[in-house]
Design a protein. Structure first.
Length: 366
């Protein structure tokens, strides 16, 4: 059974959003998505909500989702993972034949979090890994291991920052666009050597809501349908001492699943653009390796600026990249547009995990 994107909406993305509550951001994104899909609330069969209690600041945070999405007394399935994990779940639910139209939601109200590093620290094992140092230390270990084994250099990692932040200047939804030199990146404040401050995506607020549907629903709704050709997900071990910090096993597993779904055998030749998680600059290169994308054109990787330019949106980070990918396939990416009939979107849950997801989108009829 085929599954398509029927409509998508966003609210944001900004460093702060003092004029809107997270409920209002979700509602605005939902209204945009429903209008684009041409659906009413009665047409929606259920929702998938991607959020984490600790980040939201509430216990059972998903209880605040139904009102904003208009799905009161309808099934709501919650995933504490990236938006793309939620998308993959929604796709599978539609493929069961039990649902025709589902909504996937994720948001970030990062500006409400006073101690972001302490929230990150809480994700580590409390006995063996939650040390009294910067919780970004694992990124430093990863970067060292990756550079030693991959052949990339410190300058290559810095170039990711330069390229993505520059690309974001042309993206009206990216709050962190800027022009930097390699020296600026290398000499910025050290966080977890060799990771510097500019190599870490800065937080942002925003919401993403996407409407997806079965073939039956696509025949009735969605004026700008995009086919979801493949999805995949995977995780490396949660035990840090047993993990190979030079690779992203989760990405490799997720990519393998998505490629099989979409019939992709030569990704650099069959896919036109790549939206890859760059919450840490070295991770973009690590993910590209795991996606088998070595040698792809740099201009087609995060052409909208990625998370380094668009911001760390917690669970919604992959959703922002997904929105950019949809716009690319539709030819609506403005100054960031590349020739993209088929795109890959990659999401990573962030430290301390290696939990990743991949989706492949393509124009109808391709």
């Amino acid at each position: 059974m085929g599954v398509s994107v029927l409509g998508i909406g966003v609210c944001g993305f900004t460093p702060t959003s003092t004029g809107l509550s997270y409920r209002e951001m979700i509602a605005k994104a939902a209204k945009m998505a429903y209008s684009e899909a041409g659906i009413t609330l009665d047409d929606i069969d259920g929702a998938v909500s991607c959020e984490e209690d600790l980040i939201s600041g509430y216990s059972i945070a998903d209880e605040y989702t139904p009102d904003q999405l208009g799905v009161v007394r309808k099934p709501v399935y919650t995933i504490t993972g990236d938006f793309l994990h939620g998308l993959a779940s929604a796709v599978m639910q539609i493929q069961t034949g039990q649902y025709d139209v589902l909504v996937v939601e994720a948001y970030s109200k990062a500006s409400n979090i006073l101690t972001k590093d302490e929230v990150l620290r809480f994700g580590y094992d409390p006995v063996y890994n939650r040390f009294g140092v910067s919780p970004h230390y694992l990124a430093g270990i990863e970067m060292r291991s990756f550079l030693e084994e991959s052949g990339y250099t410190f300058a290559d990692v810095a170039q990711v920052v330069v390229a993505n932040r520059k690309a974001a200047v042309s993206n009206p939804l990216a709050p962190w666009g800027a022009t930097y030199t390699l020296a600026d990146v290398v000499e910025s404040r050290p966080i977890a050597t060799p990771v510097t401050e500019l190599m870490i995506a800065k937080p942002a607020d925003g919401a993403v809501v996407c409407v997806i549907g079965s073939d039956k629903a696509a025949a009735s709704f969605g004026r700008k349908r995009i086919r979801i050709a493949g999805t995949g997900w995977g995780s490396g071990t949660s035990v840090l001492e047993r993990r190979d910090h030079a690779v992203s096993l989760g990405t490799a597993i997720a990519a393998g699943m998505a490629y099989r779904d979409a019939g992709i055998t030569k990704p650099t030749e069959q896919i036109d653009a790549f939206f890859v998680s760059d919450l840490y600059a070295h991770r973009q290169l690590m993910h590209l390796d795991a996606l088998q994308l070595c040698g792809c054109c740099p201009a087609t990787v995060n052409p909208n600026g990625g998370a380094l330019g668009g911001g760390d949106l917690y669970e919604a980070t992959g959703g922002a990249r997904f929105y950019e990918a949809v716009c690319q396939v539709r030819g609506e990416a403005g100054a960031c547009q590349v020739n993209a009939g088929r795109v890959l979107v990659h999401g990573w849950r962030g430290l301390p995990t290696d939990s990743c997801a991949v989706a492949i989108l393509e124009a109808e009829g391709r």
